[in-house]
Design a protein around this ligand. Structure first.
Ligand SMILES: Nc1ncnc2c1ncn2[C@@H]1O[C@H](COP(=O)(O)OP(=O)(O)OP(=O)(O)O)[C@@H](O)[C@H]1O
Length: 636
């Protein structure tokens, strides 16, 4: 009930149209229930005329007038029904549009942790099938229910008006029928629910088979998987047969009730006609009212069952709408330094020229950071990393504590400083907390205590927009949306010119392959660009990062999916991309680790070692062991 009240109160702007719709339904019902009386009048006119030996012309004259009235009534019924359907479909679409907008907007503002704790398919089904369910019930169910109720009430009133005695017999049968149907509806609900569960399980099985086809084939498990799917299919067959059986029971039952009513009306009505207490026309009208009632009864019982399903869907939709959005209480905007963007600085220069000039800059940078203890992990004074470095992009963790659940901390007291413009590689075993560390910089999760600052400003005081403009990410899972390659590259800078786009694509070594496509930069990518190779997709996302030009860049094994030859090219481009910004690379690759100015070795959410590759190797601690294992793995 709460859900219905909420839904109605949130659809206040549609109330007026809803009122008009109900009015149209009432009018349609009035026209419909009036007709049998006039049909009865025709019968009476003919019977009485013949009985009184009136001439045929006089009889037909009376009948013709009534027929005109009937044409008017049926036309009125058709017009009002059409108007009601037209209005209700508008109302339904607007209500669903509003819900869809609310849910879609929520997807942008709910914390990322919400997505991590919910099944992706389940979230999608709320936006699709649950909303469809609500729309269908609004479009067809509710008008059907209202017109059924009005129709039943109208027909009962007319029956009482014609003959209270006959009406009471019919009402008795109706009450009996409704009680039986509602008992059946309860049982049907359970059967339908099991059917939907079986359908969901089968769909899940098919999805797993489709997405994991390569793995299934690689392990030669086609037969096992097919058998599992067969089992799910058999279960679905049984459930569907059951639901079909109970669903088909409703109509025969309603027909049975109908026929009982006809028999009772025929017996009692016949006796009343003989006694002269009712006319033959009234009996005929009575029969028509019985027919008019039976259909709405079966329809409303079905709609009431469907309504339960819709309320469950509405509840799931409101659950998403009610998620508390990520707090964006920050007011500070980080000043973006007047640093030339990648595309401007390189305009006109060949990739080779740019790369070589940058390599020497990078060398200077790495030399200045060579001292093993140059980067304090305690949050003390930042090291001087050379006059050429930019002043923006300093990241500090001050006594940070964080856990995905409050009772289990992953980081207990983490402090570290990353100087502006440095290239830091985070290494550590799987599950050590590398991704978590960068997620905290992006403020995807709120820390339990301590603070994280960028250029001395607590990230909680920054607006989310400013934070995400300052920190860019290139992830291993490439995200390509449906649109042209140019649109995909310009994602972080929608107003970028074609020249800028081509420029950054050249820097990311993507220009060549893009030009080989039939439509070049205007090639439309669909289905996550499944027709491009993983490496090509990655190059596009790297070009995207070039164009967005953030002062801090996070790379999550960004070159992991690029082949060895492409990797060399991408590395060159990367040097350019990383130039002049603080870069944090989560990498397992030897090349990335060696290029880094500094390594942070993470284990159990803590930094256990830090320093350059050489220094850490000399130290012979945790990193050197890790590295030796890695090198051994590479040589095997
Ligand atoms: N969304 C989450 N909810 C709960 N626990 C999580 C979540 N994400 C990660 N964890 C847990 O936190 C710990 C650190 O995970 P994290 O992803 O940061 O490790 P990682 O070092 O990046 O690992 P890998 O190298 O395998 O990617 C792990 O124990 C992991 O199970």
């Amino acid at each position: 009930m709460k859900l219905i009240t909420r839904f109605l109160s949130e659809s206040r702007e549609q109330w007026c149209f809803l009122g008009i719709n109900i009015l149209a339904l009432i009018m349609a019902a009035i026209f419909e229930v009036s007709a049998p009386i006039y049909l009865g009048n025709i019968v009476d006119a003919i019977v009485n005329g013949l009985k009184n030996s009136e001439n045929m012309e006089a009889i037909l004259h009376v009948a013709n007038n009534t027929i005109l009235i009937l044409i008017g009534l049926y036309s009125g019924h058709a017009i009002c029904t059409y108007a009601s359907e037209y209005i209700i479909s508008g109302i339904a679409e607007k209500m669903v549009l509003k819900l869809r907008k609310q849910v879609s907007q929520q997807f942008y503002v709910v914390p990322i942790s919400y997505f991590h704790s919910h099944n992706r398919g389940d979230l999608l089904s709320r936006l699709t099938s649950d909303l469809d369910n609500v729309a269908e019930t609004l479009r067809e169910g509710i008008p059907g229910l209202i017109s059924s109720i009005i129709g039943i009430v109208g027909a009962v009133v007319m029956m009482i008006w014609i003959s209270p005695l006959l009406a009471s017999i019919i009402i008795g049968v109706i009450v009996l029928g409704i009680t039986t149907l509602s008992v059946m509806a309860k049982r049907t609900r359970t059967v339908y629910l099991r059917n939907q569960e079986a359908l969901g399980a089968f769909n899940g099985g098919v999805e797993e088979l489709v997405t994991g086809k390569a793995v299934v084939q690689a392990f030669g498990l086609e037969q096992v998987t097919t058998n599992q799917l067969d089992e799910l299919n058999s279960e679905l067959f049984v459930r569907m047969r059951q639901s079909g059986f109970v669903g088909q029971l409703v109509m025969p039952l309603v027909n049975f009730i109908n026929q009982i009513s006809y028999v009772l009306v025929a017996i009692q009505g016949g006796l009343m006609v003989v006694r002269g207490t009712i006319t033959l026309g009234d009996i005929q009208a009575f029969f028509l009212y019985v027919t008019q009632i039976s259909d709405p009864i079966s329809r409303s019982s079905y709609i009431l069952t469907k309504l339960q399903e819709t309320l469950a869907a509405l509840g799931r939709i409101y659950e998403v709408i009610d998620v508390v959005p990520e707090a964006d209480t920050g007011t500070v905007e980080l000043q973006v330094p007047s640093r030339p963007s990648n595309c401007e600085s390189s305009a006109g220069a060949s990739v080779g020229e740019t790369a070589s000039s940058l390599t020497s800059d990078a060398d200077a940078l790495s030399q200045s950071n060579d001292a093993p203890s140059a980067f304090p992990i305690t949050g003390a004074a930042l090291p001087k990393t050379g006059a050429a470095l930019p002043k923006t992009g300093v990241i500090e963790f001050n006594h940070v504590a964080f856990g995905y659940s409050p009772d289990k901390l992953l980081m207990k007291d983490l402090s570290l400083s990353i100087p502006a413009g440095s290239l830091v590689a985070i290494v550590g075993p799987t599950g050590a907390g590398k991704t978590t560390l960068v997620n905290l910089i992006m403020r995807f999760y709120e820390i339990n205590s301590g603070s994280i600052t960028i250029d001395g400003v607590n990230i909680q005081d920054l607006t989310r927009e400013s934070l995400h403009k300052t920190v860019g990410m290139v992830l291993q899972d490439t995200w390509i949306f449906t649109g042209t390659i140019a649109d995909n590259i310009a994602y972080g800078k929608p107003n970028a010119t074609r020249e800028e786009i081509v420029n950054v694509a050249s820097l990311a070594m993507a220009d060549h392959f893009i030009r080989t496509l039939p439509n070049g930069y205007d090639t439309v990518l669909k289905n996550g660009a499944s027709d491009l190779s993983q490496g090509q997709r990655q190059l596009i996302t790297i070009a995207r990062a070039f164009l967005a030009n953030p002062s801090i860049l996070i790379l999550d094994e960004a070159t992991a999916n690029v082949d060895t030859r492409t990797e060399v090219e991408v590395q060159k481009a990367m040097e350019q991309l990383l130039q002049g910004r603080t870069s944090i690379v989560i990498a397992h690759r030897l090349s990335t680790i060696k290029d880094a100015d500094f390594l942070l070795v993470v284990d159990n959410g803590d930094i256990v070692e830090q320093g350059t590759h050489e220094a850490l190797m000399q130290r012979g601690g945790y990193y050197s062991e890790l590295y030796k294992d890695y090198a051994l793995g590479m040589s095997v």
